[in-house]
Design a protein around this ligand. Sequence first.
Ligand SMILES: NC(=O)c1ccc[n+]([C@@H]2O[C@H](COP(=O)([O-])OP(=O)(O)OC[C@H]3O[C@@H](n4cnc5c(N)ncnc54)[C@H](OP(=O)(O)O)[C@@H]3O)[C@@H](O)[C@H]2O)c1
Length: 267
Amino acid sequence: MTTDKHTLVIGGTGKTGRRIVTRLRALGHHVRPASRTTPTPFDWENPATWDTALHGAHAIYLTPHPYNLNPAPQITNLLSRTTARVVLLSARDVPDDFGAEKAVKATTDDWTILRPTWFNQNFSEDYFKDSITAGNLTLPAGHGLQPFIDADDIADVAVTALTTDGHTGRTYDLSGPELLTFADAVTHISTATARPITYTPVPAADYLTTLTAAGINHDYATLITGLLHRIAEGGDAYLSDGVQHVLGRPARTFADYVATTWPQKTP
Ligand SMILES: NC(=O)c1ccc[n+]([C@@H]2O[C@H](COP(=O)([O-])OP(=O)(O)OC[C@H]3O[C@@H](n4cnc5c(N)ncnc54)[C@H](OP(=O)(O)O)[C@@H]3O)[C@@H](O)[C@H]2O)c1
């Protein structure tokens, strides 16, 4: 086992985590990605895996268990084993991200909290990818506005907080630079790729029924449905300036994300 001081990236295979690993390595830092599938295994559900991952860590990027709606006890247990600086991936429009923020603040003074909105990369790497590929995205988000943020911007902010001073005790709300509907986002991708892709808004109750019929845990399905319905009601229709504040540059636009992520139509 290496004893070099390293940065532990919990969720190091995830949308933000793997970008942070790449950036830290490019800067010459020792990095240990950690998840169920990394060379150093880390499983939130198996505390016996935690100490090996924590050994020698002077800073931690902490992605909470993505499907645990009560992650606070796990976070409290983990952080009681370390004195490392912590940068927590929380979320902007979930109150205290189910107690994760409170748990971090209660166990260390050396914390920074990142609260991003919905990621651009959900369209290409996660939740919405299969629907976009199939040509229709159906969600209970209505025509509400949402400032999608790029995972590359979150990673840049996280690396800054992990490697430079002045971010302890700070909470950064992070959004993209513009308000878009899901229809706008889908149109961007459809236009760039010259493929017909539609967006269909549906009532929240219908969406919840679809998710639970697909076998998704009812509590988790209720959470996701509620967050999307909140967009329909206008609850996410505001910008946050965390990217500009921390990085001194504007956040990346959705059009820029599409241009660099999706295969473009040939002229
Ligand atoms: N996606 C968004 O739009 C969004 C917006 C705001 C906030 N967030 C927050 O971001 C966090 C990450 O969510 P995400 O959906 O974007 O996922 P993600 O970070 O792309 O992927 C989840 C990560 O967790 C790891 N993981 C899953 N189960 C695990 C377990 N039992 N033990 C250890 N690691 C485990 C996965 O790796 P392995 O599969 O290799 O274990 C992966 O690295 C969540 O807390 C969410 O609230 C997400």
